[in-house]
Design a protein around this ligand. Sequence first.
Ligand code: 3HC
Length: 316
Amino acid sequence: METLENTEELLKVFEAKIDAEIKIEPRDWMPGDYRKHLIRQISQHAHSEVIGMQPEGNWISRAPSLRSKKILLAKIQDEGGHGLYLYSAAETLGVSRDEYIQWLHAGKAKYASVFNYPALNWADIGAIGWLVDGAAITNQVSLQRTSYGPYSRAMIRICKEESFHQRQGYEIMWKMMEGTKDQQRMAQDAINRWWWPALMMFGPHDSDSPRTSNAMKWKIKRETNDRLREKFINKTIPQAELIGLKVPDPNIKVIGKDQMGENIYEHSDINWDEFWSVVNGNGPCNEQRLNHHIRAHEEGAWVRECAQAYNAKTNQ
Ligand code: 3HC
């Protein structure tokens, strides 16, 4: 039975571990709010990985070559695996996968708003890999140092695959920019539509982020939303310029150099009305993405039942 005295003792031990960079493991005592924060963030991260398979999945049958089809298939399969790593990490917090999925289907859990935009043509597959996975990598490399052990280990595994995702997207954009005028126009149109939703992946400004102070206090996040967004912008603008793409922001300008000698850019602010509108369910594809997930989950029930029956039999 936990008493007030020993709760204070337990909190001191927890905080000492956080300070000493010792990972918090599932069987360790942790404050209820720390557990709740992780349940929310890790499950939403897992939902994002799985829902993120939809915009790209629509293009497997329309990939322009066997090589690009194989690459896209491998990437999408990776994303499904990332979702499974993250649901497994989330389950160590005492909530079942079924419950997480129910919360998602009931609209009680979020996933990255970027996936509520449509992938209109093959250039979008390039922009998604290059920009969306590029933003995800920036965030996830930092999350490898998160204080919760299972989440950190999942991030380390996932980051190993993410750089291939970003690379294959950039290669698609590069090839299109070396192609016909129409292909160049398609590539520019894709960055025009995906640049801002990719920046939104880092969340609201630190000053408007209700979760960031606890996340930083408990070392769940190791860098803030704005810091990570700036890192992504500073890294990605030179990549766009290298292949002749123009970032859709008239206010981009170099305002200095970082300690590595890389450019630091000033840029316009995000359209936060659009951000919250899409986060709150009013994006172009919110309904379609959720209905697809619900339908796939229902149609796949028999696979889960067979796997569970087999598991029960072999573990008798
Ligand atoms: N889309 C949807 N919701 C968002 C969002 C976005 N881009 N950015 C923020 N939100 C939500 C948050 O979930 C939070 O709502 P909640 O309290 O109901 O959960 C609210 O807006 C306030 O935002 P905060 O910044 O205060 O919340 P967080 O501290 O949780 O920061 C986050 C948001 C940066 C997304 C953080 O949760 C995080 O780093 N999550 C892990 C990374 C992740 O989930 N990435 C999603 C993409 S995964 C992916 O891209 C797969 C790749 O392979 C393509």
